[in-house]
Design a protein around this ligand. Sequence first.
Ligand SMILES: Cc1cc2nc3c(=O)[nH]c(=O)nc-3n(C[C@H](O)[C@H](O)[C@H](O)COP(=O)(O)O)c2cc1C
Length: 207
Amino acid sequence: MSYLLRIDSSASGDASYSRQVADTFAKDWSGEIVTRDLAINPLGHLDATGITARVTPADQQSPEQRAATALQDELIEEFLGASAYLFAVPMYNYSMPSVFKAWLDHIMIPGRTFGTADAPAAGRPAVLVSARGGGYGPGSPQHGKDFVVPALETILGDALGLDVRTITPELTYAPVMEPLKHLVPLHETSLTEAHDLARRNAAALTA
Ligand SMILES: Cc1cc2nc3c(=O)[nH]c(=O)nc-3n(C[C@H](O)[C@H](O)[C@H](O)COP(=O)(O)O)c2cc1C
């Protein structure tokens, strides 16, 4: 067991529900935790320099391509060095925060982190916490419009091969938006369940 890599991406700091549920998991995790906070230290977008650096031999790279390679290498080394993962990725505009998408774009390199017969991180456990302002469960008006969890389960699970467990505290807008006030009890139940699930996952994965 090396370390748990925790990636944060909510811009809301301590008020973030995703961070709070991730904190509950981390509190019960017994091993070392390495944290990368993409909201505090965002990465630049992957650009043409970063993409061409991947297919340019080291001795032919420009200084800019060498810098892009060094960043990708650092992020991939940090990713592959972990034995477990904790991702706090809220829903922003039905999708993921752009800072998390940028991190994925830097580390998803065919032949290195995915796309080989045995993905190097295959089978490692990962917990994904994704808070959202609305409700997306069966029967809700927004059902079927969650484009963050399905995308992340595909990328983290199918491509990178991680064993992903997902926790979605819902209706976080209910306490602060008048038209959703009647949904506060559902929000509170969802949040309690999210923290319980975080504790249970930490216990199971630590064991
Ligand atoms: C830029 C932005 C976009 C958002 N888009 C959505 C959305 O599409 N659907 C939704 O249900 N909530 C949306 N929300 C609400 C957040 O999902 C909600 O506040 C959630 O609690 C954020 O996670 P956090 O508490 O971990 O920061 C958005 C919030 C922000 C800041």
